[in-house]
Design a protein around this ligand. Structure first.
Ligand code: ATP
Ligand code: MG
Length: 491
């Protein structure tokens, strides 16, 4: 045993049961994680969306430029110019060819340009930054977009309003958000299901087995049956199963040893009582004048004393069931008489013995066990009386009464002693718990109670009496009508 085994284990306070199990936590964690992944995808996507929109604008402007090119001397009628610009979504389109700059402009051309975008020099970073700037701006600004032109032209310019672009970007962002939310939930669901079957369910099985085993560690029915998994959970299941098996067999072995211990205690206890009775008889041998008797009497007494001491010292802890009583209808009076003889009441007759048993009272009991019950009670009464101070003038009495109430036989053992001390009352009928007497083991009443209860009866201390009164009630076994009828039929 290691040094730490001897130290008291301070039980850590148990955390209050949480409402959210492993599965719930997994679900809650997966949704934001997938959302974060979606957000990281969103940044380049929105920049790309804007570039596409701008390219579309340039492509449309290029088509408009073809009209300019085709127009005689570059002049386009106003109404046609308006229609073309409307379909392009621009306020003006200009194309630079050599030294010449051809312009297709609407009447409401803005006075100033707010932003210049040159598609020929655009970088990834500026595309991203510009996208967010566009979305964060308010009001209507004007953009001049410059891009490469087809044919021999140097470049093409488009002037248009920023607001429609911004609104298109908002719509796109909302759609991305909805789609990524949907994907997040779907992914979370799939991840949850996968983890639930792979980890959570086996973990729950392990936990349930641990909890069940903790409730009843002696039952081998609670041992976990390991699955065939080859992973860490499979190893944990097999290790737990082995551990539980070892524990169950250890506990069984311990309880067998404990049972053996109590069996020895009980044998010792009653053997000691019987030896004490023999000692009393051998005391009387000392007064026989026969020299041979005088020679062996002291030896006999010494060996009896040694036997009593031995019994006393070998009383030990444990637990065992008494043998089931072999019951029959017996007369109470002879048993009480036998108890009186064996109890070893003071030879000087200082203790008065009063027996008030109803004439012919019978009890449905095992005679040996009833004898042991009464002997324990009477010995306790005698010991209580003997402990009284010598100058106490009160009469020393042990009284046994017996009567029948219907099918229940009631026997009371009372004395005029000091009564059961308060500290002995708490665990009066529990083994090794109640002894309030020097030299007492605290087993007598526990044995008496176990024997009485094995008869379906009850034993208790009657409150409010002088001294102590113990009442035993033993009911007759119920008669089965069918067996009575069968017996009558046989007769
Ligand atoms: N009639 C009684 N009067 C006063 N106290 C009693 C009486 N009967 C029992 N007790 C108290 O109850 C305690 C428990 O009694 P119990 O017979 O179980 O054990 P014990 O007499 O101490 O030891 P033993 O195992 O030798 O009988 C006694 O020690 C005593 O203090
Ligand atoms: Mg006793």
């Amino acid at each position: 045993m290691s040094a730490t085994d001897d130290q008291p284990i301070i039980e850590a306070p148990r955390p209050a049961p949480r409402r959210l199990g492993l599965s719930g936590k997994l679900l809650l964690l997966t949704i934001p994680l997938v959302m974060i992944a979606g957000l990281m995808m969103y940044v380049p996507t929105i920049a790309n969306f804007r570039i596409n929109r701008l390219n579309d604008r340039l492509a449309a402007a290029n088509t408009a430029a073809l009209v300019l090119d085709a127009a005689p001397s570059g002049m386009v009628p106003d109404s046609l110019a308006r229609q073309i610009l409307k379909s392009v979504g621009a306020r003006a389109v200009a194309i630079k060819m050599g030294q010449q700059r051809r312009l297709l402009a609407s009447a409401d051309l803005p006075a100033a340009i707010d932003h210049d975008i040159d598609m020929r020099t655009l970088t990834v970073w500026s595309a991203i930054v510009d996208s967010f700037e566009t979305m964060l701006e308010t009001g209507n600004h004007t953009i001049r977009l410059v891009g490469p032109a087809p044919g021999g032209a140097q470049f093409i310019e488009v002037v248009f309003d920023e607001k429609p672009l911004r609104q298109a970007m908002y719509r796109f962002s909302r759609n991305v958000l909805l789609v990524s939310l949907g994907i997040a939930m779907l992914t979370a669901g799939l991840v949850y299901l996968a983890l639930h079957y792979l980890f959570v369910r086996p973990m729950r099985r392990l936990t349930a087995s641990l909890v069940g085993f903790h409730e009843n560690p002696e039952s081998s029915a609670r041992i976990i049956v390991p699955s065939q998994r080859g992973d860490e959970i499979g190893v944990a299941e097999r290790e737990l199963s082995d551990m539980q098996r070892d524990l169950v067999s250890m506990l069984h072995q311990k309880s067998r040893l404990a049972a053996l211990g109590l069996a020895v205690s009980k044998i010792n206890h009653d053997l000691r009582n019987l030896l004490a009775s023999s000692q009393l008889l051998s005391d009387q041998l000392a007064s026989v004048p026969d020299p041979r008797v005088q020679r062996f009497a002291p030896k006999l007494m010494r060996s009896l004393e040694r036997a009593i001491d031995f019994c006393q010292s070998t009383l030990s802890y444990g637990r065992v069931q008494e043998a089931a009583p072999v019951r029959r209808m017996i007369l109470v009076e002879p048993v009480v008489a036998e108890v009186r003889e064996s109890a070893g009441l003071a030879a000087d007759g200082s203790i008065a013995w009063i027996s008030a048993i109803e004439r012919g009272l019978t009890v449905d009991a095992d005679p040996d066990q009833l004898f042991r019950v009464l002997l324990n009670l009477v010995r306790n009464a005698a010991q209580a009386l003997e402990s009284r101070p010598k100058d106490d003038a009160a009469a020393l009495q042990i009284r046994i009464t017996g009567r029948r109430e219907g099918s229940v036989a009631i026997i009371e053992v009372s004395d005029t002693g000091p009564g059961v001390p308060a500290r002995a009352r708490e665990h009066l009928f529990e083994a090794f718990q109640s002894s309030g007497r020097p030299g007492g083991s605290g087993l007598g009443l526990a044995i008496a109670a176990e024997l009485v209860r094995a008869h379906g009866g009850d034993i208790h201390l009657v409150e409010g009496t002088i001294g102590a009164t113990f009442r035993i009630s033993i009911p007759d076994r119920p008669v089965e009508l069918q067996s009575v009828r069968n017996e009558r039929a046989r007769a």
